[in-house]
Design a binder for this molecule. Sequence first.
Ligand SMILES: [Cu+2]
Length: 112
Amino acid sequence: MRLVPQGSWMRAMLFVAWMLMAPRLVGAQAAPSMDARAPRYTTRGVIEELRPERRQIVIRHEAVPGYMPAMTMPFSVEDASLFEGLAAQQRVEFTFSVEGRGRHVVRAIRRR
Ligand SMILES: [Cu+2]
């Protein structure tokens, strides 16, 4: 390593540190929510509509005791692989988490 004046070396180190940290900071903001404390519920329903381009599944779901009555609503999908093998009108059992701002995210889903 070439010897450089102290000030330049410090600046270089700060720059390297910034380069290492920046992608993580950006990643932390863009990363999908995965709060381990987010409440999760499992229920059953029927797929009304698949919206892979919007990362959504509209499900007519049964009542979720203590949380919400039966209704048709969109759920977010962060893991696109969950769409595989699904089709409209399928009966499913699924687990979703309740994230910030009332976002409901499908965490697991299977045909029944
Ligand atoms: Cu609902």
